[in-house]
Design a protein around this ligand. Sequence first.
Ligand SMILES: [Zn+2]
Length: 375
Amino acid sequence: MSIPFEVEATNRSARLGRLSTPHGVVETPVFMPVGTVASVKGVSQDILEELGVQILLGNTYHLFLRPGVEQVRQLGGLHRFMAWPRAILTDSGGFQVFSLNELRQVSEEGVKFRSHLDGSSHLFTPESAMEAQIGLGADIIMAFDECTEHPADRERVRQSMELTLRWAERSKKHFEAHKHEVPWSKNAKRSGAIQTDQTQALFGIVQGGMDAAQRKESAERTIEIGFPGYAIGGLSVGEPRAVTREVVEATVQHLPADKPRYLMGVGTPEEIVEYAGLGIDMMDCVLPTRAARHGLLFTSEGRVSIKQARYASDQSPLDANCGCRVCQRYSRAYLRHLYAANEVLAQVLNTVHNLSFYLDTMRAVRHSIALGNRS
Ligand SMILES: [Zn+2]
């Protein structure tokens, strides 16, 4: 279950790498836009390609509820269903059900939860989360974990970490037994567009709360189980940003240098640069897309809240240093008007710019790692 990953250059802790998935190469450090229900809200796949998106994230919880895993599997898997030929990563659903709070119940077996759509009852186990992710057919899938709440005392963090470790073993065992059932596999009964000997890659997730010693132990024991990549989970759960950084730093040093490292669910443009500097290879966050829908735009000169009246007559582009199709064509005044008029186009254009800004930021990070290595 290997996924070829080469570190091409390093600059202090930062790494420039190439991750070769069954659906194309991903240059790292990479920012992965979130396409919750097989759609990056408001942006069509051809524009995502034009922006240079190499890998998208899909949410298993949402796709499991709607349109359903079996439906997607019958349609050839997520790539074919959403007409996205490049790489996809799905989360295990663990974090999503964690966010449901009162609607969930955790046991050794798994997590019982109620759908936020219709209140129907479901059970996610490590086995069923693997089955769902194999059926969806992303290139990279995640072990089923418990995202420890914050704050949590030491004993609670330990119990939760131990549960995640047991679930990681069960996830791997089920994945190894069923990995050839992926819709695009050569061995799959149903024929898809792409047929390959490659399988999906299952990543393990390090938990351990905000405690450096437990993070270290979680990392070491997850590595013992053995995965082709490792994620740092359980962050962005309400802790201060300085703590997030400390935990990332305390965890990343225990992860193997030759495997991709994925920091789940972060951050602002400044933060993703910082985490890449700490040696993180992959990141995802709803921030650029969600903020865009609320009129909050990231630019080379700081944040712009486009809803403000001060932009009503501003004929300049949103970001004079941005080469995206939005900044090349439209004025701040027009974007402000679209937002005020609640036009769908406001969401589309704002999202395209914010994603472009994030992707450009990562491109610049990769460039600087490459240059730093030569000098
Ligand atoms: Zn732009």
